[in-house]
Design a binder for this molecule. Structure first.
Ligand code: NAI
Length: 344
């Protein structure tokens, strides 16, 4: 079985080579991202394997379908970059629903601690033998209220970590989990009451720009905003204004709305063309990591193992894969997989 693997990075290869070889898969690694222009590389392959910044829109799906591709195997949890509605009936889509929710939740806490205790500044100072403490005053997390938006796998673990620090956790979820021991409130209340807000919900039409001027207007002065979910949950210009107006005390961003052509690349020798990102990075109270929250040994192994298993189970005679998804998945009324085990 031939697999076209797009947007390959050096850290992807070892685990995929290992699990691919063990299972007799012929994986063709391409460094380029999947786009309308590069879709032709999948010619002769039954599967394309993609990540978060590959484009899997209607035009790309049509090209892949015409090339005989049967399966799109996402090596990510989020699938907002795939037009699942358009793929329905043509190409099956599978994803990796969980590979290490700990990796992302722990990264969110790492960003928060770095920000509030000014570790990034202290690190740079002591490397130059500057041992001054001026400007490094932080604040205790203990006793603060953290607003967790989205209490799925990652949000729940982040909430647990925060409780370990003695913080009060207040959460908003479109589908609250009863008996989870989590204190839920309406979104506006969470925005108003939280000293720290961390986003852990998926990007959908409903959640796009959920953090906009209005939402920022409701927040406490000095709030710390953490986004390890998807960039477009936050209106980046509104965030920048909130920082300039001193409303947002700090921002910790692992994702950015326009990250697709920027993140995962070494652009250190280039002029940054994205003014909003350049301005955000120039702020002393903004920390940006380039979509690295998932990047742990454990997660990379789980991603490769699950993706290979997804591919194998799809091509087995029954063709049933627990991790298949489509635009109907999760909608109880419409979800065929819940009744007949396959999306189509
Ligand atoms: P999950 O599916 O377990 O949880 C998502 C939660 O969000 C669910 O409880 C769901 O009910 C809730 N939700 C759905 N719509 C909502 C809305 N409109 N408002 C509030 N809550 C809503 O997902 P998981 O595994 O916890 O991942 C969360 C997100 O983290 C993913 O969607 C993905 O975008 C992001 N992620 C980021 C990574 C990174 O490297 N930075 C790696 C992996 C995931």
């Amino acid at each position: 079985m031939k697999i076209a693997f797009f947007d390959t990075k050096p850290y992807d290869r070892p685990a995929f080579e290992k699990y691919g070889k063990e299972n007799g898969l012929d994986i063709r690694f391409f460094e380029t991202r999947l786009t309308e222009e590069t879709a032709a590389l999948a010619e002769g392959c039954e599967v394309v394997c993609v990540f978060v910044n590959d484009t899997v829109n209607a035009a790309v799906i049509d090209r892949l379908y015409a090339a005989g591709v049967k399966l799109i195997a996402l090596r990510s949890a989020g699938y907002n970059n795939v037009d699942v509605r358009h793929a329905f009936g043509k190409i099956h889509v599978v994803h990796v629903p969980a590979y290490s929710p700990y990796s992302v939740a722990e990264h969110a806490m790492a960003l928060l601690l770095t920000s509030v205790r000014r570790i990034h500044k202290a690190y740079n100072r002591t490397r130059e033998f500057n041992f001054s403490l001026n400007g490094l005053t932080g604040f205790d997390l203990h006793g603060k209220t953290v607003g967790v938006i989205g209490t799925g796998k990652i949000g729940m673990i982040f909430a647990d970590i925060c409780r370990g620090f003695g913080m009060r956790v207040l959460a908003y979820d479109r589908f609250p989990k009863p008996d989870s021991g989590i204190e839920y409130a309406e979104l506006d209340e969470v925005l108003k009451e939280s000293d720290i807000i961390s986003l852990h919900c998926p990007l959908t039409e409903e959640t796009r720009h959920m953090i906009d001027d209005r939402a920022i207007g409701l927040m406490k002065k000095g709030v710390v905003l953490i986004n390890t979910s998807r960039g477009a949950l936050v209106d980046a210009e509104a965030l920048l204004n909130g920082i300039k107006e001193r409303k947002i005390g700090a921002a910790c961003l692992d994702v950015y709305e326009e990250e697709a052509d920027i993140f995962f690349n070494d652009l250190s020798g280039h002029i940054m063309s994205d003014d909003v990102l350049a301005r955000l990075i120039s702020m002393p109270n903004v920390i940006v990591t380039s979509h690295q929250a998932f990047l742990t040994e454990e997660a990379l192994n789980n991603i490769a193992e699950t993706t290979v298993n997804n591919i194998l189970s799809y091509f087995r005679s029954d063709g049933i894969c627990d991790n298949e998804l489509c635009y109907r998945c999760g909608h109880i009324e419409e979800c065929r997989r819940e009744r007949r085990q396959r999306c189509f």
